[in-house]
Structures are given as C-alpha cells and as structure tokens.
Design a protein around this ligand. Structure first.
Ligand SMILES: Nc1ncnc2c1ncn2[C@@H]1O[C@H](COP(=O)(O)OP(=O)(O)OP(=O)(O)O)[C@@H](O)[C@H]1O
Ligand SMILES: [Mg+2]
Length: 383
C-alpha cells in the first residue's frame, strides 16, 4: 500500500533496522525513534499513519506512550502495534488496555504477523472517520433519560424506513449494558467477549456474518457488558478498531454510550456523524446537559452534528422545549412525548414501540425522528 508512513519506536537499533528494511521493501515510508520520548515527538510532528512500539523502553513505558498518544487528538485514532519480547498475559492486557490496537511478540513469525496486521489495520482505517457506515452515538448527561430505549427504537425505525440498509447497534454503556434486555437478546456474545478475541479474527466479515440479528428490530446487536466484573475485563484499546470494522460492514452503526462519557468514548463522539443528546424534562438533567455540551464543544464537537432529543421520560410535567433550548443554547430537534407505561410495556415485551403501538402519536415522532436523523447525517457527509 503506497504512501503510508510508519513510525518504529524501539531502543534496539538492530531490531529497528530489521523491521524498517522489511517495511521499506513494501514501499512504506519509515521513520525511527530510539526512545519513548523521541517516539512521542515524531508521532506528533511527523504524523505517521501507524506506529510500531516496543513497550519496554527505559525512559517511558509503552503503556504511558499509548495513553499519551490516545489523549492527543492528532494521534487518538492512530493504529498502534506493540512489538515486544514480553509474552506474558499481564503485559499483553495492560498494553491493550492502555490503547494499543495489537500486541505481537518478537519471535520467528513476528515479521510475517506484523505485515499481515499492518495490511489489515490500514484496510480497516480506510473506512475511518467520514467513510463507511454512518456513526450515530446516543449520549446523555444523566441516567434514566431513556437513551437506550431511544437508541434501539430509532435504529429500528431507520431500518424499517430503509429496508435495504444494514444497521448495527453497539452497547458501550459501562458497567452494565441494557440494550440486550430491551431487545430480548440473551446470548453469550458481547463487547467483552469480542474485545477478547484475537484481533486478527475481528474483521469486517466477522461482524457482517456473526453478530446476532434481532429480527423484529431490523438490526444486528453487539451487546454490552453483562455485569461489572466482566466490564472490568474489557480491553478498551480494541474498541476503536471494532467500531471501524463495524463501519466497514454496516450502513449505520448506532452506539449507546449513555452517560459513560470517558476517554474511551470521547473519540467516538468526536468522530460520530451524528450525536443524539438525550435529555429529560427536569431542570437538573437539562443543566447537566449544558455542562456536558460545553465540555464537548471544548473538545471540538460541532453544534451541527448534535441532535438534541427532549424525552419526556419522567411524566407530563417539566420543562418545555423552549425552556430547554434557552438553558442549553442549542436547538432541540425532536421532542418525545410521555408514553406513560406503554414504553416500559413495549420494552418488557422486547418489542419496538412502533410495532407494538403503531397508532400512538409517539410512533409518528419515532418515525419522523429516524427520517430526520438519517437525512441530517447524509447532509453532513455531503458537506
Ligand atoms: N418518553 C417516555 N415515556 C415514558 N417512559 C419512558 C420514556 N422514555 C423512557 N421511558 C422509560 O424510562 C425507563 C428508562 O429508559 P432507558 O433504560 O432507555 O433509559 P437510560 O437513559 O438508557 O437509562 P440508564 O441510565 O439506566 O442507561 C424505561 O423503563 C423506559 O420505558
Ligand atoms: Mg441505558
């Protein structure tokens, strides 16, 4: 693959040169750094497309390098490969947790594995950012605002309105996901088991063929962490590659982030085509949402990609759309009425609201919101 720049960070010059030769033979441009600090400088100054890092350097541990690179917007999504002589499970896990995309042990097969891995990561990265499926993230400042229910139901309506498209829903709410119980999925596959798979297996093809299909919902589900214990095992460094692989095999990728804003989910929000910000009508949620929005703005999120949904989850009372807009300083695009116990009822029967109550006025709001969000995301892509 031509015109790609790869950074090698390794204190051992012989090892660096050995890898560099193989990469140059494949027409990659190679830059080298002999220490962790030098590696960081090269990564931010020379903007490579990928970095191969020996995690056991004396000045900076690989984990610290990965964390720093992931925290900087210039390198937050850069594929990072750890190439290490340490084959211990503990080290592999700590590197993947810190943000490495892959971990390869220095051995006789290392060069071949490295080449395969680089080709795959570049293949996946080709659909990054504004390419591949639309990335729609659902976010709230407070729990219980209806984020998961809206995420599942709007994904359902998009799929219903455009039967030719493929829709995936990923639940990233930690420590316990809740889309699975809403849609009635009780299988064993979830984001924790998927991040645990060898990275070479989690290809776009895998996600196209192996994610369980939620038939009446019209989407395929990658369920969330089933419990806090499993959630602690989540290899967060793998999430970005998994999202890119999903974008390579689906037309829409919905992610329920709920209130789990963190350094793991921020890059996803920054790269999303549309951010559905779900607020309920109580003053404390709207004020917290204002704080959340101010923070997102400071991280480069544009108001044009925010789609605010005012969900009357807590009852008939509460703020009006105009009140909420005044506090937030951004328009509210959709207002979901209070659905009394019907919503909880549809959820408890694992059914989409629009299927269970097609004549309810809220079904029209779901339908219109889904159409509006699809149209807006297409318009933003076209810009
Ligand atoms: N507009 C509404 N009218 C009536 N009930 C609603 C409405 N929106 C949400 N609910 C109910 O609120 C409850 C919480 O919804 P949901 O689990 O989707 O919220 P959440 O924001 O994802 O919560 P959590 O913080 O637990 O992730 C559900 O029982 C749902 O049926
Ligand atoms: Mg939820």
């Amino acid at each position: 693959m031509p015109e790609k720049k790869i950074l090698i960070v390794d204190a051992d010059v012989a090892s660096r040169n050995f890898i560099a030769r193989s990469l140059v033979d494949q027409k990659y441009e190679v830059i080298q750094a002999g220490s962790g600090r030098e590696g960081l400088i090269c990564a931010w100054r020379d903007r490579p497309d990928l970095a191969i890092i020996d995690p056991s350097m004396s000045d900076l541990k690989g984990e610290e390098i990965a964390i720093k690179l992931r925290q900087d917007p210039r390198t937050a999504n850069m594929p990072l490969i750890a190439l290490s002589s340490d084959s211990s499970v503990v080290r592999i896990k700590s590197c993947l947790d810190a943000g490495f995309s892959e971990y390869i042990t220095k051995s006789g097969q290392a060069v071949q594995m490295l080449n395969d891995t680089i080709a795959r990561l570049f293949g996946i990265a080709a659909v990054s950012e504004k390419k591949g499926g639309m990335l729609m993230v659902f976010l709230s400042a407070k729990g219980g605002t209806g984020t998961s229910s809206l995420c599942a139901n709007i994904a359902h309506n998009i799929s219903k309105n455009q039967p030719e498209v493929r829709v995936a829903v990923l639940d990233l709410v930690l420590p316990i996901g809740s889309i699975a119980p809403i849609v009635g999925y009780d299988g064993t596959q979830n984001i924790v088991t998927i991040t645990d798979m060898p990275p070479v297996e989690s290809t776009p093809n895998f996600f196209r063929n192996e994610l369980p299909e939620m038939k009446i919902w019209g989407f395929n589900l990658l369920a969330g962490a089933p419990d806090p214990e499993s959630s602690n095992q989540l290899k967060v460094g793998r999430i970005w590659d998994i999202v890119l692989a999903l974008k390579a095999s689906y037309d829409y990728v919905f992610i329920d982030i709920g209130r789990s804003l963190s350094k793991i989910t921020l890059p996803l929000i920054q790269q999303a085509d549309l951010i559905a910000l779900v607020i309920s009508t109580d003053i404390s949620t709207v004020s917290l949402t204002k704080t959340l929005w101010t923070y997102l703005k400071s991280k480069g999120v544009s108001a044009s990609s925010v789609y605010t949904i005012l969900n009357r989850a807590v009852g008939l009372e509460g703020l009006s759309k105009v009140d909420a807009e005044k506090i937030l300083g951004i328009p509210v695009q959709a207002a979901m009425p209070y659905l009394s116990s019907n919503f909880a009822f549809a959820n408890s029967q694992h059914q989409p609201f629009t299927l269970k109550f097609p004549k309810d006025s809220a079904s029209f709001v779901f339908d219109a919101t889904a159409k509006d969000m699809a149209a807006l995301s297409r318009k933003l892509r076209a810009q």
